[in-house]
Design a protein around this ligand. Structure first.
Ligand code: SAH
Ligand code: MG
Length: 907
């Protein structure tokens, strides 16, 4: 419909909407389509004698609308019958779909018409938010003509803005331009309105409103009370702090006049109003003083960086941030307190990690995670939504996603594959469909800022979108948190994340962010860590979900004053995914379920503290006295194992890990091995379990790079070994045990020539090239008699994930979509198919004079898709082992020796 009821400039232009869509827009659920099959389509068909027609059936649709019923012609397709019925209804009802597309002259006329409409008597009693301003202006003493600021017309009347766009397209993003266009249009309505002198950007009626109208308005609020409005003052100078203040508006007064006084200008006419910032549903706007003169290019005062950052428009001089105004909902003035806390929350909500923190309501605990592992492990807003929020708060266009579905044929790359391989697809696995997703971020003017196009593929379309979104967010976050980062470094990081960006547009769009966010140097190690309570032994490991309760306060060292900032009864996060502030994770991984801890850290940037603080004044006064720290108090409530472990335990009996141990034991027995080294021993599950079996082993060694895992391994091995020695009939003959901290891609001659070496579920945790390097080093230098290597069989994932307990992994909205087929554990760098694994192992064995055979645990070799864990057993062909060079890069971190074998102690 046109703005003023005139016919459109281009009535022949066809509406892009289908008839059904138009009906839906009008009637929604009230439109009811009934399609029937029309069997007899012969012109003179006589039902009584009907012989079933052979030809294609035809359909006719009856559309029931509240006032009319229409019947379509007959069609071969049901769809066409429905559209035809809708089209007939549109004709009957006279609904015409038109687009507003006026010529410049028509737009000028429409604009004048709009102004005339607003200044007519009737408008004063309308529900339009603008009418509230008209009434308030009229209530001012001695202003029987009303004197309405043009800025409110520009901001509160969407139609005015829309018309102005056709006069000058730049008006869309420039409310000052709208103001000057409205003034020019009003200038033509000489018999209706007057334009006040140049300093006052307002319009008033030429003749007063009729007395009865004025009387009814003044009657509206006879009570003389004062309405307090809590607002924020944002000084133009960055040196001056943002502070809160309360404006008092008389119930008969005009709130914009009060804001004007606060800004140091005469009245509402000189106040500029920004668009809505923050939540679209709020009335949060920034108010500043208008330039003294037209045209609007000589602002007094300097650029207000903070206010401009929020509005995305240039704001000059001091500004007020307030959530107040007339709305469609009520004729009463709507108002909401804007506290310092809300100001800082808006500021925090400008950075990607900040948006995540706010979404979790955990500003002093959460952090944007480094990877999108699984939907079920993600907490808080999803990356894609965060990216949309980010674009909205920075006044950019909506991100543009394009997903691509790839139907992999058998000769293509599978995720994580080392090289192109022929993959024999079994029927039960079926063709593997995957998705990849690209996202583009544009400025409001459609300039491309960045584009992220990862090659990696995902089983679900949404996972691809989330993962790409997170890459963009992580990169943007680096840009926000490191003001001094060089373009070179930024480019390098972008490359790693498959991002391409336009530096020029990036710096233009975010020119103010570095003067706004001050991330300074990062928090160092926590001090005063104190962990208390019984050690239940249940500790979090990478990939598991930890659930904690926490509370953070501001703590002043001198007098031990405390101010509570933030707390949460139950806060879940994924360990090892940087989902919380580093110091928090450092402490949590040292805890066991049921234990509590408290510790102190240096202060984060004050925007975070003030965004979290309930009472910002008390917090501010504490902050100003320096020597403050943050004090955390946490309790570890629960730990949920990573998906891989849960699956392995739930789906296999005995659990897959136990089957791996039994597999190793069998080879130890067969070979009468006396020495064993477990490469990548983790927390020692294999070494630990081996002790429960009677074997020929005398010496066991574990190597890992994770000190945390090694510490756990040492603890459990220590107690188990000592218990063994004490028992009457020890099941094992172990004489010594050692744990080394070291990378298995390096050779250490102390572990040369062992009888048996194991490397279970480790290689997939290394980059493929490191896995290959390990293979070469172990067979060429460590030279164990037997080497057992296990790794997940990628092809088996379909089965694992199909039987994942309900709700763990499956997205209810996507029940019909193909199964998730990600890696089993987010720390996995690759997962190989059987062909890939066999290819790697066969080649390796051949080069180092070993034989290799394949086996596995979970499932069966001859049932598709093979074993769940695939295993290669390498056997050295020659018995004589050549000497090797000495090397000892590994650091022993724990050693155990049977006491009766120790040299006698000195007295
Ligand atoms: N073998 C254990 C642990 C498997 S988890 C089990 O079956 O339970 C994988 C382990 O490999 C982790 O503990 C990790 O720290 C270790 N790891 C990864 N890369 C390594 C490297 N380059 N050197 C030594 N250990 C490594
Ligand atoms: Mg693994």
């Amino acid at each position: 419909m046109t703005e003023t009821g005139k016919s459109p400039a281009n009535p022949t232009k066809k509406s892009p909407m289908t008839p059904k869509a138009i009906i839906h827009q009008r009637f929604g659920d009230k439109a009811c389509y009934k399609v029937e099959e029309v069997k007899d389509s012969t012109p003179n068909g006589c039902p009584g004698l009907a012989i079933p027609q052979k030809g294609p059936s035809l359909y006719r649709c009856t559309l029931h609308l509240p006032d009319i019923i229409v019947v379509s012609d007959t069609f071969k397709r049901k769809k066409d019958a429905e559209q035809s019925a809708a089209e007939k209804a549109i004709e009957k009802l006279g609904i015409r779909q038109t687009e507003y597309n006026p010529s410049v002259q028509e737009a000028w006329d429409d604009l004048a018409g709009r102004v005339a409409f607003m200044f007519a008597n009737e408008f004063l009693s309308s529900l339009h938010p603008l009418s509230g301003h008209f009434r308030a202006a009229l209530r001012r003493e001695g202003h029987l003509n009303g004197c309405v600021p043009v800025s409110v017309i520009a901001v509160y009347d969407a139609k005015t803005g829309n018309i102005c766009k056709y006069i000058n397209p730049a008006a869309e993003a420039n409310s000052l331009l709208v103001i000057s266009l409205v003034l020019r249009a009003a200038a033509k309505l000489t018999d209706l309105v007057l334009i006040s002198d140049e300093q006052q950007l307002s319009i008033q009626r030429r003749y007063p409103y009729p007395p009865e109208i004025i009387a009814s308005i003044n009657h509206e609020s006879s009570l003389l009370e004062s309405i307090p409005i809590e607002v924020i003052r944002i000084p133009a100078s960055l040196e001056k702090a943002v502070d809160s203040l309360t404006l008092n508006v008389a119930s008969t007064g005009y709130y914009l006049d009060v804001i004007a006084r606060e800004l140091g200008v005469t009245d509402a006419s000189n106040v500029l109003i920004s668009r809505i910032i923050g939540k679209a549903s709020s009335e949060m706007r920034i108010y500043s003083s208008a330039p003294k003169q037209l045209p609007f290019d000589d602002f007094e005062g300097s650029l207000n960086v903070r206010a401009s950052y929020f509005t995305g428009q240039e704001v000059y001089g001091d500004a007020i941030l307030a959530s107040v105004g007339y709305t469609w909902k009520s004729t009463d003035l709507f108002r909401e307190a804007v506290s310092l806390r809300s100001y800082y929350r808006m500021l925090v909500n400008k950075t990607p990690s900040g948006i995540y923190k706010i979404s979790r309501d955990a500003i002093l605990a959460a952090k944007l995670p480094s990877a999108f592992t699984t939907k079920s492990n993600w907490r808080g807003s999803f990356p894609r939504d965060i990216l949309c929020t980010f674009c909205r708060v920075h006044h950019l266009s909506e991100p543009v996603f394009s997903t691509q579905s790839n139907l992999l044929d058998a000769s293509l790359d599978l995720p994580g594959s080392r090289k192109k391989l022929k993959v024999t697809q079994s029927n039960s696995v079926g063709p593997i469909g995957t998705f990849s997703c690209e996202v583009k971020i544009y400025s409001k003017n459609q300039e491309l800022i960045l584009q992220c196009s990862p090659q990696e593929s995902h089983r679900k379309q949404t996972d691809a979108m989330q993962s790409t979104s997170l890459k963009v967010l992580s990169w943007l976050n680096i840009f926000f948190e490191n003001p001094d980062i060089s373009l070179e470094k930024l480019k390098l990081l972008a490359e790693k994340l498959d991002i391409n960006f336009t530096p020029h547009s990036l710096f233009k769009e975010f020119s103010l962010c570095h003067s706004m966010h001050n991330f300074g140097s990062n928090v160092d190690e926590p001090s005063f860590i104190d962990i208390g309570g019984q050690n239940s032994g249940v500790t979090p490991s990478n990939g598991s979900l930890a659930s904690i309760s926490y509370s953070v306060s501001l703590f002043r060292e001198g007098d031990c004053m405390k101010e509570h900032l933030e707390s949460c009864e139950e806060f879940e996060f994924e360990i090892g995914n940087e989902a919380v502030l580093p110091h928090l994770e450092t402490v949590v991984v040292q805890m066991a379920v049921g234990q509590s801890a408290y510790f102190r850290v240096e202060l984060p940037p004050s925007e975070f503290i003030l965004a979290a603080a309930g009472d910002s004044l008390a917090t501010l006064s504490l902050l100003s006295s320096r020597s403050c720290k943050l004090e955390y108090s946490i309790t570890l409530l629960q730990v949920t194992e990573p998906l891989e472990d849960r699956m392995e335990q739930a789906l296999f009996s005995p659990p897959l890990s136990k089957q791996r141990v039994e597999f190793a034991v069998q080879h130890i027995k067969e070979s009468s091995a006396a020495s064993l080294v477990d490469f990548g021993c983790g927390s020692g599950s294999l070494l630990d379990s081996l002790l429960s079996y009677p074997t020929s082993l005398e010496k066991i060694v574990g190597v890992d790079i994770s000190q945390r895992s090694l510490a756990k391994a040492a603890k459990s091995l220590h107690s188990k070994l000592n218990a063994l020695v004490d028992s009457k009939e020890p099941s094992s003959k172990i004489k010594s045990a050692v744990l080394y901290d070291g990378s298995i891609t390096k050779f250490d001659s102390r572990l040369h020539g062992f009888d048996i070496a194991t490397c279970l579920e480790v290689i997939e945790h290394m980059e493929e090239e490191d896995a290959c390097l390990f293979g070469d080093i172990v067979l060429s230098s460590f030279c164990p008699r037997i080497l057992i290597v296990s790794t997940p069989n990628y092809e088996y994932n379909v089965i694992l994930q199909r039987s994942t307990p309900h709700g763990q992994e499956d997205d209810p909205d996507e029940k019909n979509q193909s199964q998730t087929c990600k890696f089993r554990n987010h720390d996995h760098k690759f997962e190989w198919t059987r062909a890939q694994f066999e290819d790697w192992a066969t080649d390796l064995a051949a080069r180092h004079n070993y034989n290799v055979e394949f086996s596995g645990v979970g499932g069966a070799a001859d049932v598709e898709p093979g074993f769940a864990s695939q295993i290669a057993i390498f056997r050295r062909r020659e018995d004589n082992v050549t000497n090797v060079e000495l090397a000892d890069p590994y650091v022993p971190i724990w050693e155990w020796c049977r006491e009766d074998l120790l040299p006698p102690k000195e007295p």
